[in-house]
Structures are given as structure tokens and as C-alpha cells.
Design a protein around this ligand. Structure first.
Ligand code: NAD
Length: 322
């Protein structure tokens, strides 16, 4: 096996190896030097740029890896994304520099699906508000919304959409999906009905986003989209914050058009604490935690490590994006 002792690898996900120390041990034994994220957050373009010189491999969290950052990549062979979304990487710039980009599809799908369902139920039953009120000595009588008999709409029916549908089967709800790359008969094998986007948007009591951020999907949940949603519906976003026009969402939530929203992701992370969405009582937020479970961290960690080392050894990685 090719000796990688001349290689330096940058690792930025702070959870890398948290649940399985063998991940860090295996990487450190394989290569000459490992640099870990000096902060406790995903890195900005400037921070990536400062750390990249001399690095051959890069196991990447949710850092901004734009063209300016990649200009400092003087030895880089591979960016192994610890996760699935590659929207924060300038893929064209990576391709132009001959840098292979890999990701870990499906590794976190079950965990994101579990959070999605947790958020649906938390919204439907006002769990955070009920918890805070009960702890404050009150005994409020909330009327919740049952999932039973309702329509759940999934926009995007890839790994996470499918895992969410599979887990919803026990809730006796109907499930509609829109995904341009999925045929209606494929959806049917998952006990899910395929429908055009307008229908899913108009019919869902719970509408959940499971599509990637691309130039075509950026801002797609705008005022027009929200106005076409069923009055009193809930919106759940565990995909990417930039899919939503925040001002339009604030308006839809304050006007009562939407009953509530649950957001795991934001256009700017962390969001400004004064962000109006954080002030609304009918909004539940989590800190981009969809993939933060023991199982997902291990699966993403081993997947990213395997493909990072494969490229450094001149072998074919399992999940190449570019
Ligand atoms: P995936 O690639 O398996 O599935 C995405 C699906 O979206 C594909 O089937 C694709 O055809 C579909 N799609 C693309 N454009 C669409 C459009 N305009 N309308 C409807 N569907 C469209 O990805 P996945 O693993 O299911 O992840 C989905 C997204 O979730 C990722 O791109 C990522 O941004 C996000 N994500 C978030 C977290 C988190 O921690 N909250 C973790 C993992 C992934």
C-alpha cells in the first residue's frame, strides 16, 4: 500500500471521531500530519485559505470552500465532504485545479429523517412551548394537530426524503412527494404518491424540504410559494436555509397563513440572534443538527476517511462528486 507519510490532511468537522476514536487514530497512523479545526465552528473562506497551503487531503465540514480559498490549495488532491451537500464548495474551481471532491451519500439520511419527524411532532404538539410553560409552573391546555390522517408533502425524494417516508409509515398519514428525478412508480414502491410540485405544495399539512441547494432551488420557497401552501400548514426545513426567502416566511408566519415552521438550517449559520425568525413563538429551531448523531457521525467519518485516503493513494474513491 502506498506510503502517505509525506501527506498532510486538514480535518474540520469538530465531531470527526467523537464517537469512534479509531477514526482519528487510523488517519493519524496513515498520514504524516493531521491538522484539526482550531475553532469549534465551520470555517470561513479566509480561515480555510490560511490552513490549506501544504495540505494534500481535506476532510471537510460545512466550511466555505470557494474559489478564493482554493487559490491557497498548492498541494491539495482531495476534498472529502463529511456529509452530502456540496453547495459550499466551488466545484468548478476544484475541477479546474484537479482536486477530487467526494461526499458520503446516505450516511446521515436516517438521522436527518429522525430529526425531521421529531420536528414535525414538536410543531404539531407545541412541545417546546409546552415544556417551557410546564417548567414555569403553568398547566396550559394546548390543542395539537395529529399526524394521523394528514397529508405530508416531501419535496425531494432522495436518501433523506425516502428515509423520512419510510419512518412516517407508522403514523397513518398520506405522503405525497415531488422530485423531478424520481418516477411515480418508484415513489409508489415506497407507499408514497408522486405529484407535481404545485399539488404537493397546495395539499400538504406538513411540507418538508429534502432537496439540494442549487442555483435553480435557491430562494424557491418565496412569497408566491408560501401563498400557495395550504392555510394553517407547517413547513419543515432540514435541507438548506438558502432554499427559503426568510422575509417571506416571517410574513407567512406572522399573518397566520402558516401555523408554524421548524428550521434546522439557515442562510447564515449561526443566524444573527436578532433574526426575526428566532423571535416567533410558532418557530422551532435547531442548530444544523440533522446529522449530529452517533450513527451518522460514524458513517460520515468512515466514508470521508476511506475516500480521502483512497484518492491520496491513487485509488478510485467510492463516492466521487467531481
Ligand atoms: P439526495 O441527493 O439523496 O436527494 C436529493 C433529492 O432532491 C434528489 O433525488 C434530487 O432529484 C431532488 N431534487 C433536486 N432538485 C429538486 C427540485 N427542484 N425539486 C424537488 N426535488 C429535487 O440528498 P439527501 O441525502 O436526501 O439530502 C438532501 C439535502 O439535505 C442535501 O442536499 C443537504 O443540503 C441537506 N442535508 C442536511 C443535513 C442537516 O444536517 N440538516 C444533513 C444532510 C443533508
Amino acid at each position: 500500500m502506498k506510503d502517505l507519510k509525506h501527506c498532510r490532511v486538514l480535518v474540520t468537522p469538530t465531531s470527526f471521531g467523537k464517537h469512534d476514536p479509531r477514526l482519528r487514530a487510523e488517519l493519524e497512523a496513515a498520514v504524516g500530519e493531521v491538522i484539526y479545526n482550531p475553532t469549534d465552528q465551520p470555517l470561513s473562506s479566509d480561515e480555510v485559505r490560511a490552513l490549506l497551503p501544504g495540505c494534500h487531503g481535506y476532510i471537510a465540514g460545512l466550511d466555505v470552500i470557494d474559489r478564493a480559498a482554493l487559490e491557497a490549495a498548492d498541494a491539495l488532491k482531495v476534498i472529502a465532504r463529511y456529509g452530502v451537500g456540496v453547495d459550499r464548495i466551488d466545484l468548478e474551481a476544484a475541477r479546474a485545479r484537479g482536486i477530487v471532491v467526494t461526499n458520503t451519500p446516505s450516511a446521515n439520511a436516517a438521522s436527518v429523517a429522525e430529526l425531521t419527524i421529531g420536528l414535525m411532532i414538536a410543531l404539531a404538539r407545541s412541545i417546546p412551548t409546552a415544556d417551557a410553560a410546564t417548567k414555569a409552573g403553568q398547566w396550559p391546555r394546548f390543542t395539537g394537530v395529529a399526524l394521523e390522517g394528514k397529508m405530508v408533502g416531501l419535496i425531494g425524494f432522495g436518501s433523506i426524503g425516502q428515509q423520512t417516508a419510510q419512518r412516517l409509515q407508522g403514523f397513518d398519514c398520506r405522503i405525497l412527494t415531488y422530485d423531478p428525478a424520481v418516477a411515480p412508480e418508484v415513489a409508489r414502491t415506497h407507499q408514497v404518491e408522486w405529484a407535481p410540485l404545485e399539488e404537493v405544495v397546495a395539499q400538504a399539512d406538513f411540507l418538508s424540504l429534502h432537496l439540494p441547494l442549487t442555483p435553480a432551488t435557491r430562494g424557491m420557497v418565496n412569497a408566491d410559494f408560501l401563498a400557495r401552501m395550504k392555510p394553517g400548514a407547517f413547513l419543515i426545513n432540514t435541507a438548506r436555509g438558502e432554499l427559503i426567502d426568510d422575509d417571506a416566511l416571517v410574513e407567512a408566519l406572522t399573518s397566520g397563513r402558516l401555523r408554524g415552521a421548524a428550521l434546522d438550517v439557515f442562510s447564515r449559520e449561526p443566524p444573527d440572534p436578532r433574526h426575526p425568525l428566532l423571535k416567533l413563538p410558532n418557530v422551532i429551531v435547531t442548530p444544523h443538527a440533522g446529522a449530529h448523531t452517533d450513527a451518522a457521525m460514524n458513517a460520515m467519518g468512515w466514508g470521508a476517511l476511506r475516500d480521502c485516503l483512497a484518492v491520496l493513494r491513487g485509488e478510485t474513491p467510492q463516492h466521487r462528486v467531481v
